[in-house]
Write a protein that binds this ligand. Sequence first.
Ligand code: PXP
Length: 250
Amino acid sequence: MPPRALRLGVNIDHVATIRNARGGRHPDPVRAARMAAAAGADGITAHLREDRRHISDADIDRLMAEIDLPLNLEMAATEEMLQIALRHRPHASCIVPERREERTTEGGLDAVGQFSHLQPMIRQLGDAGIRVSLFIEPAIPQLDAARALGAPVVELHTGRYCELSGREREVELERIRAAAAHAEAIGLECHAGHGLSFETVAPIAAIPSIVELNIGHFLIGEAIFGGLDGAIRRMRSLMDEARGARAMTA
Ligand code: PXP
């Protein structure tokens, strides 16, 4: 059996970070989403943070109205975000932990510890036809909790793997491999993301149980040097090479 296709979700948050540095309209994250679609992205990911430091409510309105690709709305597990997701009904909502003082999402959601808080939210999102994903550490108890919560998808946090080097990185990669295999075995769709770059993507893309990668910061940063289109195309081809290119065209 050929390996399954691997989707690329392009996270456009940091186009909005640059725009917000001057408070105007340029660069426009919706334009970046259009470029991502043309360059081979399978979906667009945007994190509407509670402090609106990058993506704004108006960006979400426009992404829903103007972009044909599925939108993966990253959100904290709050009542405000739940109501926004229910109003927009994006293709998917990825629930992430969020702390105001953090620079980016640090660590995965604690699906075990927050079980009773998450359960009604996941049910409401699911009832609205939104595909719920939980951004978790590659740890078996977290996967089992996601399954028990009825979330159809998990996204494994690859941040630690990207930050480590040498033997430590290998150990973390093995943890991600084992978690991805366990996710598949218990019937969860498995995604991965955070911190991925040209240098780190291939071993993650080669894990057959992972069907989607969400990548943002590196692509937007790399776009400064070679353009967004080229950065996304190169990422896509590194993913395809690692997975086995023939499966991509099947
Ligand atoms: N997946 C999730 C759940 C995230 O929170 C983020 C960062 O917003 C990403 C993927 C993308 O991470 P990066 O911007 O480091 O590629």
